[in-house]
Design a protein around this ligand. Sequence first.
Ligand code: SAM
Length: 283
Amino acid sequence: MNKNSFGVLYIVATPIGNLQDMSPRAIETLKSVDWIAAEDTRHSRSLLQHFSISTRLLSLHEHNERERIHKLIEVLRSGQSIALISDAGTPLISDPGFIFVREVQKNGIRVVPIPGACAVITALSAAGLPTDEFLFAGFLPVKLKAKQDRLMELSSVACTIIFYEAPHRILETIKEMEKIFGAERRAVIARELTKLYETIHQGSLQELVEWLQQDKNQQRGEFVILVEGFSSARTQEKKEIPTEKVLKILLQYLPLKQAVEIAAEILEERKNKIYEIALQLKK
Ligand code: SAM
């Protein structure tokens, strides 16, 4: 239960490149709180200046999160409110804040999200890969062996898998994915989202390696990598089973109408289309 006299912790998303993505609610919240806890106060100062926000800043980053928490909880308990922001996007998403939020909740203090940009969701919304289910895997380990082990673990995941990656590792990572997930697996590189050089490029992992190697400019900036899940790769293979082959087998054992119905179901195709092919085969 939130005590009425306690302050509120707001989790405020900021743009991932395009300042116009800052929401009016985010600006209003940042203006109205007593403190803004920022990952890098120098970096955030220019964003805040742009929106004429003069709220006091304090730092909360991965190296001081644990020790800072108690002081910040005291601030909240005294009735003052805090907004947490990160360098870009939604705090806590591959950014610090999780330990803080958990402790704040344990103390019965209200946590209010102010949603906005987030690179993983922005990329997914425009990638053209299945979105009904996805796994956000964050950053892969830096060391090669650990990276390969993690990719092996993920290789049979059925849904879309999403990663963040740094520019100096993008080529090596896509090459490792090609080796472990297979050259044919479809993937998307989403680069510099919402910025001047925004690029969303789809291809097989093999094609993506070639594309990155051919144009070094494509290795610059910020990246989200999205990889098609194992099962959707299999679904495509299944669709590639030749209609004729399925029909020929079924027609050996069944009357035409029944063979067409079953083939249409297996191949997820229109009955009319299958019927025409079946007639040709019969001839
Ligand atoms: N909290 C952020 C969010 O909500 O997306 C992510 C922070 S994480 C430290 C930074 C990583 O997010 C970058 O290295 C990159 O992989 C990804 N990223 C952030 N902004 C991006 C952009 N504009 N385009 C593509 N990827 C971006």
